[in-house]
Design a protein around this ligand. Structure first.
Ligand code: AMP
Length: 193
């Protein structure tokens, strides 16, 4: 099964993705985690990405697309994948569609995690990552509105978008997501059997 999580920073994509990949037995592809790792390793790509991440802006598409392309070529992605924080622009979404259709493994489901702005701000303030400062958060919310929200129409038109409320405890949110995923696909088929 191939799924995408879309939602603003602080919506709980990371937490819910970790639970869902365990449940479905598929790899977790978080572009944010990949970029943070590249930054930690001080690779040239990590150093370029750092500037964008620390100002709350999106890292340019070519960098992201090359990271994800390399990751998709690894054998564990044959079983499926959960994309967390990717795609974030229409160009990324179209490129993902092209690479998945070349592999004859299209996306099954896109889940939008919806959380009120007020809870987002509270959650981000509690998290304390270097890009969780108020002025950077404001820029990240802006990038989300301008560049990522148009993806919702793109996926809704294709009939694969589902919306889930991200309010409440992590257990409550996961129960909603699990319900949705099992309706669409059993974990057995999800693993690509
Ligand atoms: P995240 O952990 O998903 O919130 O991502 C943290 C930061 O990494 C974002 O604010 C962006 O600067 C960058 N980033 C992560 N994923 C992407 C992506 N798909 N496209 C562009 N920038 C990204």
């Amino acid at each position: 099964m191939r799924l995408v999580f879309i939602g603003p920073a602080g919506a709980g994509k990371g937490t819910q993705s970790e639970r869902l990949v365990k449940y479905l037995g598929i790899p977790h592809l978080s572009t944010g985690d990949m970029l943070r790792e590249a930054r930690k390793q001080k690779t040239p790509l990590g150093e370029i990405a750092d500037r964008y991440m620390l100002s709350g802006q999106l890292v340019p598409d070519p960098i992201i697309l090359s990271l994800v392309g390399d990751r998709l070529d690894q054998p564990d992605c044959q079983a499926g994948a959960l994309f967390d924080g990717f795609p974030r622009t229409i160009r990324q979404a179209k490129t993902l569609d092209d690479s998945l259709s070349e592999r004859r493994t299209p996306l099954d489901l896109v889940i939008e995690l919806q959380v009120s702005d007020e809870s987002l701000k509270q959650r981000l303030a509690a998290r304390g990552r270097p890009d969780d400062k108020p002025e950077i958060i404001a820029q990240r919310i802006e990038s989300y509105r301008k560049q990522t929200q148009p993806l919702l129409d793109y996926y809704a038109e294709r009939g694969i978008l589902e919306r889930v409320s991200g309010d409440g405890s992590a257990d409550e949110v996961f129960a909603r997501i699990k319900h949705l995923v099992t309706q669409r696909c059993s974990p057995k088929t999800a693993a690509g059997e």
